[in-house]
Design a protein around this ligand. Structure first.
Ligand SMILES: NC(=O)c1ccc[n+]([C@@H]2O[C@H](COP(=O)([O-])OP(=O)(O)OC[C@H]3O[C@@H](n4cnc5c(N)ncnc54)[C@H](OP(=O)(O)O)[C@@H]3O)[C@@H](O)[C@H]2O)c1
Length: 344
């Protein structure tokens, strides 16, 4: 069958005008990416369709993961675009190994499955999704615990990391990185890694800025990728608690949104870009994902507004990770080394 020609949306954004960060391995990471976790609200087909539309409006950076269970639907979209003339080297595709695939040989299997599903012969970035090995069925209550879940054990993590390094050696992935780690864990990983992480994917939005971890990453040539950049307003109810705050209802964000005549979500993305982390907002709506990408083409926030936004951090972690706790853990804080030591 003849390839379907890749036709950019004439109303879209020229990818050449999208800012990027040069990573420690020399690769160019576009300053905004598209998230692909549908928070149980959208089907894999709808998300794959969003990827198709996003490529047409100018996205080149797509954040995927095996656990989102939609890579097999995104793959045909990527293949169609590449076969249709979009050069593979212009794309930056991320995937992640899930917590139940940390065993010997499993990281390679997970990468191979993601490559097959995404219909690619290499990934631009492969991440260890969480530094804790465990298994839980999809959609389980946050109180449920996997009896085999383990805390962070550095020697065990390094076995995972050695497999990640081999994937780079084999040319299957161009770069490797961490996700959901802390400064305490990163210090150990940086000490022992042969190939260092070039990015760390972490929760970052105006109400959860993580300034120390953010700066630590920059100081060590690790580019922060910020997930839930809008404060994940539509995340599953199981991930919501009474004390959570709502970024897009913050008066400072609403005031700036009114000045720019944009949705408060766009202010969150603009802030992330101007601060220096790479946001990966999710949306299946063309008007939303196009306005999110536009944030990577111009700096619209004044220095004064950036200062005001720095002042609204509520230290409100939304993705607490309760479901990954091991049997003897006291609470979700144990996952985040809040006093600087790694809980066992
Ligand atoms: N590494 C990790 O452990 C990890 C964890 C969580 C997430 N992630 C990644 O981060 C991505 C983003 O996180 P997320 O999806 O939880 O949260 P998010 O991007 O903060 O929020 C997504 C929601 O914001 C709304 N939105 C997006 N753009 C908008 C706009 N321009 N105007 C108005 N509303 C807008 C959409 O709501 P409507 O649908 O109602 O329009 C969308 O569902 C995920 O998809 C995933 O790829 C990674």
């Amino acid at each position: 069958m003849a390839a379907v020609r890749f036709v950019p949306d004439p109303q879209g954004i020229d990818p050449k005008t999208v800012k990027y960060h040069k990573l420690a391995n020399g690769a160019k990471l576009p300053a905004v990416g598209l998230g692909t976790f549908g928070s149980d609200r959208f089907s894999g087909e709808e998300i794959a369709e969003a990827v198709r539309g996003a490529l047409k409006v100018g996205y080149r950076h797509i954040d995927c993961a095996a656990v989102y269970a939609n890579e097999h639907l995104i793959g045909p979209v990527l293949k169609e675009a590449i076969d249709g003339g979009l050069p593979r080297k212009e794309l930056f595709i991320t995937s992640k190994v899930w917590n139940n695939m940390h065993g010997d040989g499993d990281v390679l299997l997970s990468c191979a499955k993601s490559l097959k599903d995404l219909q690619l012969d290499y990934l631009d970035l492969f991440l260890v999704h969480w530094p804790f090995p465990n298994f839980h069925a999809q959609g389980v209550s946050v109180d449920s615990r996997d009896p085999h879940a383990k805390p962070y054990i550095h020697a065990e993590f390094m076995k995972v990391w050695r497999q990640m390094e081999r994937l780079v050696d084999m040319g299957l992935v161009k770069a490797i990185g961490t996700s959901n780690v802390t400064i305490a864990k990163l210090k150990l990983i940086l000490r022992d890694a042969r190939i260092k992480p070039v990015v760390n994917e972490m929760e970052q939005h105006p109400h959860f800025q993580q300034p120390e971890l953010f700066q630590f990453c920059l100081d060590h040539k690790i580019r922060p990728i910020g997930f839930c950049p809008i404060g994940s307003p539509t995340r599953p109810d199981r991930d919501k608690t009474e004390t959570d705050t709502v970024d897009i209802e913050d008066p400072v964000i609403k005031k700036i949104a009114a000045r720019l005549n944009v949705h408060p979500a766009v202010v969150c993305i603009q802030w992330a870009v101007q601060r220096g982390q790479v946001p990966i907002p999710f949306s299946v709506r063309a008007n939303e994902y196009a306005s999110n990408l536009k944030c990577a083409t111009e700096d619209r926030l004044t220095a004064e507004e950036m200062k005001e936004l720095a002042g609204i951090d509520k230290k409100c972690r939304l993705i607490k990770g309760q479901v990954f706790l091991w049997n003897t853990a006291k609470g979700w804080e144990d996952l985040w080394d809040e006093n600087g030591t790694i809980a066992q």
